[in-house]
Write a protein that binds this ligand. Sequence first.
Ligand code: UN1
Length: 510
Amino acid sequence: MPDPALKTFGISGEIQGAAIGGEWLKTSGKTLAVTSPIDKRQLGAIKCSTPDDTNAVIDAAHDAYLKWRVVPAPKRGEFVRRVGEKLRQYKVELGKIVSLEVGKITQEAQGEVQEMIDICDFAVGLSRQLYGLTIASERPGHRMMEQWHPLGAIGVISAFNFPVAVWAWNAALAWVCGDAVVWKPSEKTPFCAAAVQNIVAEVLKEMPDVPPGIMGLAIGDRHTVGEPMTSSHKLPLISATGSGRMGREIAQVVGKRLGRSLLELGGNNGLILTPSADLDLATRAIVFAAVGTCGQRCTSLRRLIVHESHKAEIMRRLTAVYAKLKIGNPLNEGILVGPLIDENAFETMEKALAAAKQQGGKVTGGGRLTDGVPAGGAYVKPAIVEITHQAPITCDETFAPILYVMTYKNFEEAIEIHNSVPQGLSSAVFTSDVREAELFLSPAGSDCGIANVNIGTSGAEIGGAFGGEKETGGGRESGSDSWKVYMRRTTNTINYSKDLPLAQGISFDV
Ligand code: UN1
């Protein structure tokens, strides 16, 4: 019996692995069993996309783009508005599928769907604000301006941990910008993607003038889906979320054909806890960021850089909260931490903790939890590791609830420790001292794409640009002016005089 939430979206048994709008292709790739991290229960199966299927989706997206690009942007916004409406309607059911496939607690799963709704709203407004500049020309009787035009079909490669929101950040913007979208979801979350495909298909049905190919989906591995996408000239932008290894590979393939890539890769997010910090606020922020989503957000807090005067007190508070954390079936009311995505993730956590111990770390917590949790899932006790910042393991992003706690003596040193890792996604300082706060946000402060004051590292709103520097890949998605990467800019100079003066005062009489 399929879960009722899956039934809502017509998902049961084995489904096809590729779709163009509401039409599911007859895919013939390998069969992939879809299981839930909650209890290893099989939810169904997918017949994956072959390279030919993937190319069919890309071709359809390209053809759709040719039509979509000339639809007025506010009309494109109307399509996105309706997608947002449908998402409101299906928030609970789609959230349930996110919980089933990722193991997120209900609150966080629905929060993820809310991010989709929010970015749709943002994009609808944006559809009337794709502004270009007018520029003063140096020549008499001339006018200069810039216009933003649609770019093409966009490839979106998303990760398991935010299986629907990150796609929406890209798709909602891409659509109002006049682009089509081809989506490769994680193989761990194919039903989330199938559900979203069917939700958007309902809107396409209501709006027969919209070319269905703007919503393309191909499910499969890097060979059958990823590579056809990254190497296709019909996808001028590849937006990818995932590991550093994956990002490097994508950047090379896309770079080779001089395409654009928007990369959102690993984070190794730090929080500086200063002597003037409000410890009540900080404790709550640290716990949510470190153990929320079982430590599997790109923005999860991994490093707590605490002033030595607060070390004992914050350890006392954190260990007390950790001891009573409700860990278990994420669908149950009151549970705050669900399972890791799979056994591999568990092994990776175990290895990181072993390395931390070997490098002088003192580990509290960690290890498998078997009592009071569904059998089959990889449930763990979140770990706190007291360790020096010189320990190499603290430079790794381990997708699990491990919090490294390290101390500092003066604020400049704290910033140095903070910036000493290869990644640069999210960061935070807890302080009541305006000088420390401003220094942290200044050019000499945090080197991350996201820098917060008295807020944790995770749980960013959609209105800001999301992404980071260094090995995080440099991409920016979601709010602010991130939309510009989904468009091409043209600079136009118009001569309304009866002369032909050349720029730079050049005379060239013929
Ligand atoms: C991610 O983990 O890839 O800021 C995205 C956050 C969420 C998005 C995380 N809004 O934690």
